[in-house]
Write a protein that binds this ligand. Structure first.
Ligand code: XIL
Length: 378
């Protein structure tokens, strides 16, 4: 009788799982109630020119990030001139399609116009001037999209691999204070908005510890910080899945949620070990760095599918701490990895191929996501 009851239960849950698996056909359906599934969007997409890309976006994703148009260089090219044209269109696009908007990024050493940290005479801006500019920039940008952007990458890439602060212009002029001020200004501009710290190479132990220290310091100062964004620009050899997991748990342990913010998996050889994602670190083109211009060999493609699938399994396993998983682009042809760190390569880092067809791993991800529960433990 007992055995019979167990059998009935087992069959019941199998049918339930099978039914759920059948129901979800798209990534957004599969992750419903678990975490947001997003993509970085480029100008051809938010203006509608890339119709195939837009079709995939609408079908599979429920959150978007601007790949470039909300960065300081785009929004604030000169001290007294903002240009919100593209960012406005991006936010309209997202709202029209019922997608959650994430803002990227307020304070970052890259794609930052020269004037921002300079005194205009060849030297650095004074601490007071830089603070004023940061406050004005953050207030204008966050204020403009108040209530429309769910959360902001407030500071991007402020910690080095060894856990020390990056010696950016911001740091040179203000020390670590610039980070605390950025979070303060962002919160003042939109008290409802979530605030994130975002960085790459997060599985490196030094970086992990540095980011944990930073999160604790922000909290100690009573500043709002909701999540750590792990960029997750992955390679085939690096980082190890368990090292990545260790960082996810360390960040959650520091009292914040975890977001996977810029996920892609390069199939190409790295020009050097542990390449990171600092956009200034480029390398010369060499033919051997671009071995697959006409498609991946089957063995490598299979290994790629498996590794990407394993990372999604990890995100699902920790759905109680993960609130968003965001791909850094829609289809392979869009990816920045075709021009960084080496320009002119053909890479295969995303979930949809150059013809916008879902790769086989998408099916695995949807099936797996559909068969785990939606319960959140906190
Ligand atoms: C990249 C964009 O994808 C490129 O189009 C642009 O030329 C350079 O920046 N970390 C980040 C992202 O936080 O903003 C970067 O995006 C990739 C690395």
């Amino acid at each position: 009788m007992k055995a019979f009851r167990a059998l009935v239960l087992a069959v019941g849950s199998l049918t339930w799982a099978a039914a759920a698996a059948q129901e979800a056909r798209t990534l957004r359906e599969a992750f419903e109630g678990k975490f947001l599934i997003g993509a970085a969007v480029n100008e051809r997409q938010f203006t509608g020119a890339d119709t195939a890309g837009v079709r995939v976006l609408k079908e599979h994703f429920n959150a978007v990030v601007a790949e470039n148009c909300m960065k300081c260089q785009s929004l604030h090219p000169e001290e007294n001139r903002y240009d919100f044209t593209r960012a406005d269109r991006f936010v309209d696009f997202a709202e029209k399609n019922g997608m959650t908007v994430i803002g990227h990024t307020l304070i970052w050493h890259s794609q930052l116009p020269d004037w921002f940290c300079s005194d205009g005479k060849g030297g650095n801006a004074s601490p007071e001037l830089l603070k004023r500019r940061m406050k004005e920039h953050i207030t204008a940008v966050v204020g403009r999209y108040k209530g429309r952007v769910k959360g902001w990458d407030v500071v991007n890439e402020a910690i080095e691999d060894n856990g020390s602060f990056r010696k950016s212009k911001f740091y040179e002029i203000l020390g670590p204070e610039y980070i605390y001020l950025a979070f303060q200004y962002a919160h003042e501009a939109d008290p409802e908005a979530e605030l994130y710290y975002n960085d790459y190479s997060m599985a490196n132990p030094g970086k992990r510890e540095g980011v944990v220290r930073l999160v604790k310091e922000l909290k100690r100062r009573g500043l709002r910080v909701d999540a750590v964004g792990m960029q997750a620009h992955l390679g085939m050899e690096w980082p190890p899945v368990d090292g990545f997991e260790k960082s996810m748990l360390a960040f959650a342990g520091a009292g914040v949620k975890v977001m996977i913010t810029e996920l892609d998996l390069s199939a190409l050889p790295a020009p050097r070990a542990n390449v990171g994602a600092n956009i200034a670190d480029t390398a010369e083109y060499r033919k051997e760095l671009n071995p697959y211009p006409d498609g991946l060999p089957k063995e490598l493609s299979d290994a790629w599918m498996e590794r990407m699938g394993d990372f999604f399994s990890l995100f699902l396993k920790h759905r109680d701490i993960v609130t968003r998983v965001n791909l850094w682009g829609v289809a392979d042809g869009d990816s920045w990895l075709n021009y960084w760190p080496v320009s002119g390569r053909t890479d295969y880092p995303l979930l949809f191929d150059r013809s916008h067809r879902p790769k086989p791993v998408v099916d695995r991800i949807i099936r797996e996501a559909s068969t785990v529960g939606t319960e959140k433990t906190n």
